[in-house]
Design a protein around this ligand. Structure first.
Ligand code: GLV
Length: 364
């Protein structure tokens, strides 16, 4: 490598450094905590009960170490991956999170723009604070996260709206038959402020915007609902899998991919960390479908560990909200650029110039 092609020590260069004090995702977390209202901060940061699973999602990465290989040509690192027939530039996706307008007035449109500019797939939440058609109009790769609404007519209308708006896949969240008990929300008395609504739910239920928050989700879902959703003709991705047998059942019921996830520790506290659940699910799936994961990914090295243990791609949820809170679209973009640059560097330093080089032997 000559100095003319790369200045010394300049291998790590995320595209946009807006603020020199923001050099990693945790910096964004700290700054976002100052910018968000106490209610929004509690809602975004919090998990269920004692937040053991929130902490363990992070700790699980800390329990592992990478065993790098050396003297492999890493002059060209290719972090791209094929998922559901599309080549993704990075094995990274934006996990669904609710109410982006709690973080920034531009809400989900800002997030979608940052993602689209990088070819990164955003999964829009049913509980988004922006209508799914408005987010779809941004363009870019997009999946839609589905909560099945209790009312059968609203449930059907909800899915039909997402299909009509051109979402490429439906991500069915299966770990929220009821909402977990988020004690931070209770302590600060969090309620969604009146200027933030859930238009997707309101539209599906045929209600005024302000009433969308009162629409009930179905708590009687079974595997038959996965089959039902697959009938819409789009790939169905089942999100919230922790047990290998559930991964097998998801495939049997028509899932095109699964997401190993515990909902960011927001649902069943003391549930197994996503990373700890990953290897058994990967084994059970046996390469039949993609295995995505989310929960605790904050560093490129975290992503590398999950990818080495068999994840096809890793999702980030809260860090996107921190980027949004700090600097809208540019903040989300910078968060994504920091993470992707870290992953690229980690791949080079681990001696894995492509994702196919990675395997479980890289991790102890
Ligand atoms: C919704 O999915 C939440 O976790 O609050």
């Amino acid at each position: 490598m000559s100095e003319s092609t790369r200045p010394a020590l300049a291998g790590f260069q995320p595209e946009r450094v807006e603020d020199p004090t923001l050099i990693n995702l945790q910096d964004y977390e700290f700054l976002a905590a100052e910018r968000l209202t106490p209610g929004a901060l509690a809602y975004y940061t919090g998990g269920a009960n004692d937040e053991r699973t929130v902490a363990d999602n992070r700790a699980a990465f800390g329990r592992r170490r990478i065993v790098p290989r050396v003297l492999r040509d890493v002059s060209h690192v290719d972090p791209s991956v094929e998922i559901l027939g599309r080549r993704w530039p990075w094995p990274i996706w934006i996990a669904p999170t609710a109410f982006h307008k709690l973080a920034h007035p531009d809400g989900e449109v800002a997030t979608a723009r940052a993602a689209a500019a990088r070819g990164i797939t955003m999964v829009l939440s049913t509980s988004a604070s922006t209508d799914l058609a408005e987010v779809a109009a941004v363009g870019g790769p997009r999946w839609f996260q589905v909560y099945l609404l209790a009312d059968p007519g609203a449930r059907l209308a909800h899915v039909e709206r997402a299909v009509a708006a051109g979402y490429e896949a439906l991500v069915l969240t299966v770990d929220l038959p009821r909402v977990g008990r988020r004690e931070r929300d209770i302590r600060v008395g969090f309620t969604v402020p009146p200027e933030v609504s859930v238009p997707n739910i309101a539209a599906a239920a045929g209600l005024p915007l302000a009433d969308g928050l009162n629409v009930a989700f179905a708590d009687h879902m079974t595997w038959d609902d996965v089959t039902w959703l697959a009938g819409f003709g789009l790939p169905v991705i089942v999100k919230g899998i922790l047990h290998p047998d559930d991964a097998r059942l998801a495939i049997e019921h028509g899932a095109s991919a699964v997401v190993v996830s515990n909902h960011g520790g927001r649902q069943l506290d003391a549930a197994i960390a996503s990373l700890d659940a990953l290897p058994a699910v990967v084994e059970a799936v046996d390469r039949r479908v993609a295995v995505l994961m989310d929960g605790g990914v904050r560093r490129g090295t975290d992503a590398l560990i999950a990818l080495a243990l068999g994840a096809t791609a890793v999702g980030i949820g809260r860090p996107v909200l921190w980027g949004l809170a700090v600097n809208g679209e540019a903040g989300v973009g910078h968060v994504l650029d920091l993470l992707t640059a870290e992953l690229e560097l980690a791949m080079a330093l681990a001696g894995a110039p492509s994702l196919t080089d990675l395997g479980a032997e890289y991790v102890i």
